[in-house]
Design a protein. Structure first.
Length: 143
């Protein structure tokens, strides 16, 4: 009788990938990144173990929002005080903090628990084309 393979945390082989987000839609790139962070691209994927790889996203400032999302889609956060709801459009957010916009999108696609927070720690987002992770010899993904 064969049993299903269950990955162990110590047995996971992690790789580093670089994704260039310039000119690509935000959601398309974010779903690709979230799948790699979770490890769903591996045949040894186990839902309760962090099997994912490290992802470096470059050119986050050049990501594209389709349609009228840049002017109509809102980002809300609350200060915790009465009347403390703050809103800003994604166009303004893209100009001020493009890496935050990308990180927030990917974080929403990961599990909302301890394991998801650990997966999110393997995401590195940079506004420009430069990144300090050359020593890890990342593999460039073009999809």
């Amino acid at each position: 009788m064969r049993t299903t393979y269950m990955a162990k945390a110590g047995e996971v082989d992690r790789k580093w990938y670089v994704i260039d987000a310039a000119g690509k839609p935000l959601g398309r790139v974010a779903t690709q990144v979230a799948a790699i962070l979770r490890g769903k691209h591996k045949p040894t994927f186990t839902p309760n173990v962090d099997c994912g790889d490290y992802v470096i996203v470059i050119n986050a400032k050049d990501v594209v929002l389709t349609g009228k999302k840049e002017s109509q889609k809102k980002y809300h956060h609350h200060s915790g005080y009465p009347g403390g709801l703050k809103s800003t459009t994604y166009g303004d957010l893209k100009q001020r903090k493009p890496s935050f916009m990308f990180e927030r999108t990917v974080k929403g696609m990961l599990p909302h628990n301890r394991l998801g927070r650990k997966m999110f720690g393997k995401l590195k987002v940079y506004d420009g084309a430069e990144h300090p992770h050359a020593a890890q010899q990342p593999i460039v993904l073009d999809k």
